[in-house]
Design a protein around this ligand. Sequence first.
Ligand code: NAD
Length: 502
Amino acid sequence: MENPKRIAVIGTGYVGLVAGACFADWGHRVTCVDLDAGRIDLLNRGGIPIYEPGLAEVVERAVKAGNLSFTTKVADAVAGCDAAYIAVGTPPSKTDGEADLSFVFECARQIARVIRPGAVIVTKSTVPVGTGDIVERIVEDARPGEHIPVVSNPEFLREGSAINDFTNPDRVVIGTEDEGAKATLLAIYQPLKARGHAVVVTRRRSAELIKYASNAFLAAKITFINEMADLCEAVEADVADIALGVGLDSRIGPHFLHAGPGYGGSCFPKDTLALIRTAQEHGVSLRIVEETVQANSARKRRMAMKVRHVLHGNVEGKKIAILGLTFKADTDDMRDSPAIPMIELLQRSGAEIHAYDPQGEANAKTLFEDVTFHEDPYGCAAQADAVVFMTDWEVLKHLDLARLASIMESPVMIDLRRIYPPEAAARQGFVVETIGRLGSEPHPVDAYAPTFLAQDIAAGTHRGRSLPAYQKQGGLPSQYVNQEEQLFGELIERKDENFEIA
Ligand SMILES: NC(=O)c1ccc[n+]([C@@H]2O[C@H](COP(=O)([O-])OP(=O)(O)OC[C@H]3O[C@@H](n4cnc5c(N)ncnc54)[C@H](O)[C@@H]3O)[C@@H](O)[C@H]2O)c1
């Protein structure tokens, strides 16, 4: 490489480790930092702390080439670097959905102490518009009068295809008004520019907002097709046909039109909420994003009602096998996975939950109590009253359905990823419930949801308690609690009765 840069990347999660490894693979000299000593120790021993296809090979190659190293010491990595990347988490704050920037600011303070003048601080974490200004003030406080530009360089990779996304991006976004910083960033991304990838250089605030606008748009697109799926079930159409016909329109495009149990993961849920908070702070209403958050939240809960419905409205004592736990295939990330409300709601209704996931088990074990984990899908489904497909892992697409049906107590399939054609599953003896088209046993879509607890809602009470009691249990801000969520008042009420509310 002609003009290699010395880069420090702080945070070795899904974004930091992928970015650091790919930069190093291109020929830059990279040091990755994490405060988690166990993580750094594992990396130094040749291990990889997350599941991401292809990442281990890139890391190994870059380490062997002498371009990638790992440390817990920010100072060692940052002193002498040309660019210090901040790639730490920005989780939602506990109270109101606003992004928690404490890790970013702490990181900025640590970098500011040691970075050399002229080097650049780059925010790769997803941060609300204006955060770059605050980071700049932190740096100015620590190093008054010195020239240390702060750049926004948001990341668009997807877990599960992160290496390909990072090395073949639709675009690279660089937000800076500083010419020197722009030159450093362009040099870092030169290998991509040379291969014809678009590089957008813009104002820092615009770059910060591009990231949130992209995620909000994608979340809305998924939510749109999910709502079409609901309509398809009611009018006997098939949402896959709708997605195909709509997606072929070049103004719309075919991606993110796969109906499912609702979006989850570490980005869309938190980024949509953070964007709404930013808009509220500036007195702007983002009605489409607000509706998206509301509809997706209700959808995730409603999926549990599908299971209940197929099991004749009662899952008490029923053994339910959950196949796939992560929010999507090819990752071990459980953050905001639709499997979480599914399992919680079924458990509160008295179901016995068994689960299988090829990569997510370790993270899932930290989230659930009283779930029995299995090493393979058949063991999970043995003697079950129903199997629920939550994630479309490749291994789950090739099951022997006849065998699966034969080992179950009752062969009931709730396929929330549309993995199997209902007719094919029905031929193997399954009763099938799916999404976006009728299952093997046609029924009106609202047989289980909108009529549920209708009298309670009319009366405003259930079992003598007022319905809105559940709003106290936290989660979404109260303005996002809609009528559909009230429909699940019964389940939430049970939470009030049986669980400690944090
Ligand atoms: N995960 C994704 O798919 C994705 C995609 C695009 C953007 N993003 C954004 O990128 C950012 C990082 O996300 P992630 O999923 O990689 O997070 P992550 O939680 O997987 O990793 C963050 C890492 O930072 C480390 N860390 C925190 N504070 C530190 C400090 N002061 N010094 C050193 N290390 C520190 C943590 O120990 C952890 O290993 C977030 O803002 C996220 O929104 C994520």
